[in-house]
Design a protein around this ligand. Structure first.
Ligand code: C2E
Ligand code: MG
Ligand code: MG
Length: 702
């Protein structure tokens, strides 16, 4: 820049002044000591000083921090060192006190001889730019602080999918540092696989970059870290765009959900697993069953559904306690599982009930074989804490598609088959059949009708069969036998008593029987008939019902019946288990004065030692022994034995089912005094029994 030396100042010549006047930047000319010699109008506009006010002052008064020698030193250095020095930013002060950032560009002014005579400085107000930069800096800082402190992992890449940055969480989860990862392809750093298949999962970065969309990670994604750890992760990748909307990179944000997933899995496990045996529970079983149905429908293969129930498991619990019973169930589940193929399902449905799904069967025999294998597993002795327990199981089988193609039908039919096994004495395996189905349907109908009849106190009536004293040739009493008028037919007890027992309806029904029989006895006695025994059949469930003994006592009092007139008949089979409860009840009945008779004697367990414990008055020899008694030596021997037993224990013995005179004679010869049977009379109405009770010669003409 040419400057006139003539005025002893650095006044620019005219044409230069013209340019400097027009400039938007403030321009100052100084001597070597930085004393101001000249300013342009933009200087006055920017700083607020008139040229006169500025003249002869050193430039220091323009600085916001005049003592900042470093700044000033740089100023000098810049000017001296570089002919075209870099612009530098400084904070200036205005006349009225405010400050602003200015960008200064300076140049050394030389005379014609090349001697340095002063400086020329142009200052541009850059406050706005500075603010913007500042804002950008803070923004960036804030981003970094945020990225460093958040719990989510963040990886950014450039537009080619090469790693740019990992925040600390991402570094931890991937096992890579930002430095090591920089410029690596993102797949190498962010390695993800499917949790179940362990196949490499689609990397979301690729799509985010190529399609410019936000891509969520697939569920069940595992992140494999560089050092061999694994994390369940979830989240997404999104493209990073610049102001023009061009994709400049990608950001992956992800989160370690390992704990959450573990919790989810545990909850799912709990919801689907039986806590005791760790087998699938009913819920998971249903799920498996419906899947098996769908699969078999596609493959057109058959499968079997087995329902298993431990026989008399209640007794194990009662005798050895629930914790012991639980351990047996665990062991049983384990045995079942190990006896089957990997693909088969064993579930515990609750209590002592298990269900098994056997898939891909070739035929029925295979289901039978596997079912029998399960029975064998259960039949092997359980030895726990020195105790030995032997069990049996009942198994009902329904086949897909023969016995049903939907879940409800298959389950119902397997249950029906199981029910049938139980009815027929347990410890067996049976396939569902239509015949079974019919039986069950009938049974359901009977149950409904029984309820109705009971509510309406309608349809039931008692017949009586005389009990004959062979010695005196006359009836000493009667046995009350229940009948039910149902759908135009008179039903025998065998058709409805089992249903009444299973459903508990036997309790009110039995109460009705007792009431009616006792009322009948009263009426006969009132009318002068001689009656010394009224035998009534009762079920064990009935005598176990609440207040049975008290209610019976008041019934007897109410009808003024001597308790010893009443004999309660309990079938031997139902007395199998000499439990405390039954024993106590029988004792209270005896205290009441009521007689107890063991019905169908010889058909149950014949564990004779229970006779020592049970307070019994009478043994009723079962009809089955009398059938072939005269031709079959074994039966004869049994009848004789029972009669001897009765005599030596001072018990009454009543022989049931006498149909021929020879039978009566044999019994009489062997010391049996009391008999019942068609030879004398069937069970008949109260009116028709009266001739047996009143006359001195009760025998009907033969
Ligand atoms: P139970 O107590 O052993 O009764 C004897 C059964 O044998 C009666 O059958 C009777 O009719 C039949 N019977 C008697 N003499 C002869 C004979 O000479 N030949 C043949 N073939 N049969 C004879 P019913 O009435 O069908 O009763 C069957 C069973 O039902 C009874 O066996 C008893 O266990 C039960 N039962 C009957 N009434 C009741 C009741 O009110 N309550 C309960 N809980 N059970 C009852
Ligand atoms: Mg009886
Ligand atoms: Mg009997």
């Amino acid at each position: 820049m040419a400057v006139k030396k003539s005025m002893g100042s650095l006044q620019p010549d005219f044409e230069h002044q013209f340019i400097l006047h027009a400039l938007g930047d403030a321009v100052i000319a100084t001597d070597l000591d930085r004393r101001i010699l000249w300013t342009n109008p933009a200087f006055s506009r920017l700083f607020g000083y008139s040229p006169e006010e500025a003249l002869s002052q050193t430039t220091s008064f323009l600085y916001a921090n005049p003592g900042n020698y470093e700044e000033q030193g740089r100023f000098r250095y810049n000017l001296e060192a570089a002919p075209d020095p870099h612009p530098y930013d400084m904070l200036y002060r205005k006349k009225e006190g405010g400050t602003f950032w200015g960008e200064a560009r300076g140049a050394t002014v030389t005379n014609r001889k090349g001697e340095r005579i002063g400086f020329m400085v142009a200052i541009r107000d850059i406050t706005r730019r500075k603010d913007l930069l500042h804002a950008l800096h803070t923004e960036k800082d804030r981003w970094f602080v945020t990225l460093k402190s958040i719990g989510d992992a963040v990886i950014t890449t450039d537009e080619h999918g090469r790693v740019v940055y990992l925040n600390p969480v991402a570094e931890h989860l991937t096992g890579w540092t930002t430095d090591a990862a920089r410029d690596q392809p993102v797949e190498a750093v962010f390695r993800i696989v499917n949790e179940h298949t362990r196949a490499t999962a689609d990397n979301p970065v690729e799509r985010a970059l190529s399609e410019g969309v936000i891509v969520g990670l697939a569920n069940h994604t595992l992140l494999l870290s560089r050092d061999g750890r694994e994390f369940s992760i979830e989240d997404s990748a999104a493209p990073i765009r610049d102001d023009e909307g061009r994709i400049r990179g990608c950001v992956i944000v992800f989160r370690d959900v390992t704990e959450k997933r573990r919790l989810e899995q545990r909850i799912a496990h709990q919801a689907n697993t039986d806590a005791l045996t760790n087998l699938p529970n009913r819920h998971l079983f249903q799920d498996r069953l419906s899947r098996t149905i769908a699969r078999s429908r596609r493959s057109e293969k058959s499968f079997a559904l087995l329902y298993l129930d431990v026989d008399h498991f209640k007794n194990v619990n009662d005798r050895l306690g629930h914790p012991f019973g639980d351990r047996i169930l665990v062991e049983l589940g384990r045995r079942f599982e190990s006896a089957l193929r990997k693909a088969d399902t064993v579930a515990r449905l609750g209590g002592d009930e298990f269900a098994v799904i056997l898939e891909n069967l070739s035929d029925r025999t295979e289901a039978l074989t596997l079912g029998q294998r399960l029975m064998n597993e259960a039949a092997a002795s359980f030895r726990i804490d020195g105790s030995r327990v032997d069990l049996t199981v009942s198994v009902g089988v329904a086949l897909y598609p023969d016995d049903g193609t939907d879940m409800a039908t298959l389950v119902r039919n397997a249950d029906i088959a199981l029910f049938q096994v139980k009815r027929e004495g347990r410890n067996n395996i049976q396939f569902f059949s239509e015949e079974m189905n019919r039986i069950v349907q009938d049974r359901l109908a009977i149950e409904a009708d029984l309820r109705e009849s009971l509510e309406e106190k309608n349809g039931f009536f008692l017949l009586y069969q005389p009990i004959i004293d062979l010695g005196r040739s006359q009836a000493v009493g009667v046995e009350a036998l229940l009948r039910w008028r149902h759908r135009l037919r008179v039903r025998l007890p065998e058709e409805f008593i089992p249903v009444a027992e299973e459903t508990g309806l036997i309790v009110p029904l039995g109460q009705w029987v007792l009431q009616t029989a006792i009322g009948q006895a009263r009426s006969w006695l009132d009318r002068g008939f001689s009656l010394s025994r009224m035998a009534v059949n009762v079920a064990v469930k009935q005598i176990h019902s609440d207040h049975f003994v008290e209610e019976l006592g008041s019934l007897l009092t109410e009808h003024r019946i001597d308790p010893s007139l009443l004999e309660l008949e309990i079938t031997e089979g139902t007395l199998l288990f000499r439990d405390h409860h039954t024993l106590e009840t029988l004792k209270s009945l005896r205290n009441l004065g009521v007689r107890i008779s063991i019905d169908d004697f010889g058909t149950g367990y014949s564990a004779l030692n229970y006779l020592r414990h049970f307070p019994v008055n009478t043994l009723k020899i079962d009809r089955s022994f009398l059938n072939d008694m005269l031709s079959n030596h074994y039966d004869q021997a049994i009848v004789r034995a029972i009669l001897t037993l009765g005599q030596s224990l001072s018990l009454d013995t009543v022989a049931e089912g006498v149909e021929e005179e020879d039978q009566a004679r044999f019994l009489k010869e062997n010391g049996c005094s009391l008999v019942q049977g068609y030879f004398y009379s069937q069970a008949v109405s109260p009116e028709r029994i009266e001739p047996f009770l009143s006359g001195p010669d009760p025998m009907p003409p033969t």
